[in-house]
Design a binder for this molecule. Sequence first.
Ligand code: NAD
Length: 428
Amino acid sequence: MVVSMPSIHTALEHLPSPYETALSQYDRAVQRLDLDDNVKEYMRWPRREFTVNFPVRRDDGRIEMFTGYRVHHSTILGPSKGGIRFSTNVTLDEVRALAMWMTWKCALVNLPFGGAKGGVIVDPKSLSVREKENLTRRYASELIPLISPYADIPAPDMGTGPQEMAWIMDTYSMTVGYSVPAIVTGKPINIGGSQGRTEATGRGVIIVMLEALKRMGRSNPNNTALVIQGFGNVGSHAAAYAYELGFKVVGVSDVDGGIYDANGLNIPKVRDYVAANRTLNGYPGVDHITNSELLTLPCDVLIPAAMEGQLTEDNAPHIHASLIVEGANGPTDTEADDILNDRGILVIPDILANAGGVTVSYFEWVQGLQEFFWDTDEVFRQLERVLIKAYDATASMTEKQGTDMRTAAQMLAIKRVGDALLTRGFYP
Ligand code: NAD
């Protein structure tokens, strides 16, 4: 029996279109740049967009149809690079936006990559392990014409992790007839993954936060309260590293809601609880709050690390933090950006704040191609070097232009891609 395609989720309809947000950020940055108009227009467009509808056999024997996407926004600086998202909220519009942000992120941290993103409309929690493996492998095989270690290199994003990357690597390797570890990053260490990749994004968020706090003259972790939205790969590792450094993490949340303790949460215990229960629901001895309450909690630093479109004109006026570090991609819409800037709240933009993930993905790709592997200390040392250099460049541009950090970061990135495009020329 064949069942019809799952209807595209409408829960995000009230949120701003991520691609509109990405384009309005682009337009804001590009108007300040002295760049050829043809180059400005070219870079607004995704290079390729791929949509696929494919079958997966469920455990009860039914065939269910799923829809997936892969967008290559740019391949000017090198092969395109970007994660794969499994979520019911995936849309082509969202994947386009995320691919564009990957282009700017890779350029900002000076990686030899363009930007891409992929996604499948699915609730990964609704699948058994076997169903998830079949879905991942079938989607990967549909991507074969697009991906290669020299063309497009996928990585994890919301709803995917090392296991999904292992299945993609195996599917690709079986198709070409030999093992190709460099086809994906974020894979398990025993098949060529990098030390430190799992923690890299969350750790990078905290490295960038430390740099911002240092420049604000606030270096005492004990006096600094953090709130983190999202307790997945990015949020939980950011929380763990901040806790290790002595910061007070007073609130965290997942899709089911948040928890709050003004005295600071015991993050290792929270992580153990989530590992055992797969939710923060029911965590004992703390206040339970909603995700919208979490965003306006009293704190010094707010780290949105769940998904896009979370900070809007409705909640931006009520945010208490003086520093926002964007762990997620696109968590702040354009109206919220304006309100936060007017209120003097420093926003470290996603393309800088969460660039730790793609930076260590780049290290993993290099290690895979060279078949020469680094230890954790080397990975973290190089990660810090890359992020601090990008922070410095962005801070200088912010000062020089008298603008916000997002616009400055995008200007740096867009200029690098635009200059490379002009050097290469327009084909044919
Ligand atoms: P994940 O799937 O591991 O975790 C997502 C977390 O957000 C989970 O705790 C989930 O319960 C929560 N969440 C989902 N919907 C929510 C909602 N509506 N409200 C509140 N919480 C919600 O995903 P991740 O890899 O941690 O990615 C999180 C964000 O960081 C995404 O925007 C992603 O694009 C971005 N990002 C991830 C990486 C990476 O290396 N994983 C790198 C750069 C950026």
